[in-house]
Design a protein around this ligand. Structure first.
Ligand code: CTP
Ligand code: MG
Length: 181
């Protein structure tokens, strides 16, 4: 597999995990998941993790995966290489895992004294990928090992932080996000 195909495969596989965070930013608001509860004097998760953001983010990611499955033959043809098709369970747990990874990161941020919106370098950029990938592996191990080859995983680890910084920077500049991370 040449590098271009590896990068295309990595982006293809991770789009259903990349979209949820961005969709959540646009949809956020309403009741926080922690209902205002605190732990050790700090919020459990904070106002930045809402039911609406989580539901919309997960749904948006699953829709993206369904659309990618529909587009698969056409794009694979253009690319001149095969692209993975998302199994039904994976197209749900990849975005769900991404959202839960982000929520877990907020839990850790609050426990380590970081206020809502504070940056947590490294964790902010990779939390969603880590949990999304673990969930995909758990529901479809065979498919996971076939699709996420070592080169693809390596590209995901390098590209994800870059894409995360880029999309959040754009969201900040156009005014839909309060901080650029
Ligand atoms: N959002 C949401 N529900 C989620 C994730 C995000 O509603 N599960 C929305 C919130 O409006 C949030 C915004 O998207 O403020 C940006 O997300 P993020 O940067 O993850 O949250 P922060 O507000 O920075 O809070 P935290 O410090 O907990 O990450
Ligand atoms: Mg944030």
């Amino acid at each position: 597999m040449n590098l271009f195909v590896v990068v295309a495969t990595a982006v293809w596989l991770m789009l259903p995990a990349y979209i949820p965070n961005n969709a959540a930013v646009l949809a956020g608001g309403g009741r926080p998941i922690d209902g205002g509860r605190t732990l050790g004097g700090r919020r459990l998760l904070g106002d930045g993790k809402t039911y609406r953001g989580t539901a919309v983010g997960t749904t948006a990611g699953a829709i993206v995966a369904v659309v990618l499955n529909q587009l698969n033959p056409t794009v694979a043809d253009l690319l001149g290489a095969e692209l993975p098709t998302f199994p039904t369970l994976v197209l749900v747990v990849l975005p769900l895992g991404a959202m839960l990874g982000d929520i877990t990161a907020s839990f850790l941020k609050r426990r380590t004294g970081r206020e809502r919106g504070a940056p947590f370098p490294g964790v902010d950029q990779l939390d969603f990928v880590a949990v999304g990938l673990i969930f995909a592996f758990l529901v479809a191990p065979g498919w996971f090992l076939d699709s996420f080859t070592l080169p693809v995983l390596a590209v995901i680890l390098v590209l994800t932080p870059l894409l995360h910084v880029l999309t959040n920077g754009i969201a900040y500049v156009i005014g839909v996000k309060d901080e650029p991370w």
